[in-house]
Write a protein that binds this ligand. Structure first.
Ligand code: PMV
Length: 325
């Protein structure tokens, strides 16, 4: 008989602050981890199966043998967990079955990175339960590989936020992952109610700039410059400057064609109500917008955003992946 071994870990969701899309192509971005977390409990089983319960994404009673990991049709809600486990199993062959139960504090509709956070949870939990002692960079690399195996595209910024937490200066693929030593940000988040698909939007940008590649490069370079300026502004707590750079970033995102009317209206309402700046956050096409607000204007900005969409209460700079007691 196996020992009854069980562990629970959690990882934070994320919000892109500045630099989306450009970061897919070798440029930097700024991302913050949010205090809404994904949890995964992993148990060793006395058989050779994967058993998965992920009620939030409607996966219940999912079961397959370890030798079949990654084979056949995998339900959407099971993909990241299953491929993460497959990547672990390819590298560190498993000698027993695994039961994984995931539970999220946030809706997978928000675009807070639930897939990446659950991937990171599985890799970290497996590292703990098998005593692999994986470093954060190893957890990042295995998790990012999992995301690329499934999506084919992506910078890995969301994986980095889930692993390291805090607010990060991040370059494509984890080439640079640098924590910014800053306080929690006065950030307000508005949800558009529209679900967006990241890979579809990345492809859409590329397709709509065919024949205008030079302009696309200029936009990405412009975004990279403002990310670097924003990093300095954050570190000197110059939120007025950060706000200006957010507005500039949003203008570029509009030119990329990834904003939608609802996000534009929420952003406009936030700025009208006194925000330092506002922009969409993530791939665009829906999901969320963010606004940086002076404390005294906070309620007015919330009211402005709520007149168009819905604010979500989150705190930035959350802790990265951790073992729960
Ligand atoms: O849609 P989200 O929240 O996963 O953000 C995507 C951001 C992109 O830069 C478009 C893609 C990426 O992986 O960096």
């Amino acid at each position: 008989m196996l020992q009854n071994k069980r562990i629970t870990v959690s990882a934070p969701g994320k919000l892109m602050l500045l630099g989306e899309h450009a970061v897919v192509y070798g440029h930097p971005c700024l991302v913050t981890a949010v205090d809404q977390r994904m949890r995964a409990t992993v148990e060793l089983l006395d058989n050779l199966n994967l058993e998965l319960e992920a009620e939030d994404v409607k996966v219940m009673g999912y079961k397959k043998t370890l030798s079949q990991l990654g084979v056949g049709d995998i339900p959407k809600g099971a993909k990241f967990v299953e491929i993460a486990l497959k990547n672990i199993n390819d590298k560190y062959p498993l000698k027993s079955g695994i039961k994984i139960t995931t539970k999220s504090e946030f809706s997978s509709q928000f675009g807070f990175g639930s897939s990446s956070a659950s991937t990171v949870c599985v890799v970290k939990a497996m590292s703990e339960i098998l005593n692999l002692n994986l470093s954060n960079k190893e957890i990042f690399d295995l998790s990012f590989k999992t995301v690329l195996d499934i999506q084919g595209k992506g910078s890995g910024f969301d994986v980095a936020a889930a692993v390291y937490g805090g607010t990060l200066y991040f370059v494509t693929g984890g080439e640079i992952i640098k924590p910014l030593n800053i306080n929690s940000l006065p950030l307000l988040v508005g949800y558009s109610g529209v679900k967006a698909d990241t890979v579809t939007l990345i492809n859409k940008v590329k397709a709509s700039f065919v024949g205008r590649e030079k302009r696309l490069e200029e936009i990405y370079s412009g975004i990279a410059m403002l990310v670097n300026d924003a990093k300095i502004a954050f570190l000197s707590n110059d939120l007025t400057k950060v706000g200006e750079l957010m507005d500039k970033n949003q203008a570029y995102l509009r030119e990329l064609g990834v904003s939608i009317d609802k996000l534009d209206c929420m952003i406009e309402a936030a700025i009208k109500a006194g925000a330092y700046g506002a922009k969409l956050s993530g791939a665009g096409g829906g999901d969320c917008m963010i606004a940086l607000s002076p404390e005294e204007k906070k309620q007015a900005v919330i009211n402005g955003i709520n007149s168009v969409g819905e604010t979500i209460n989150v705190r930035t700079n959350a802790e990265g992946v951790r073992v729960e007691l």
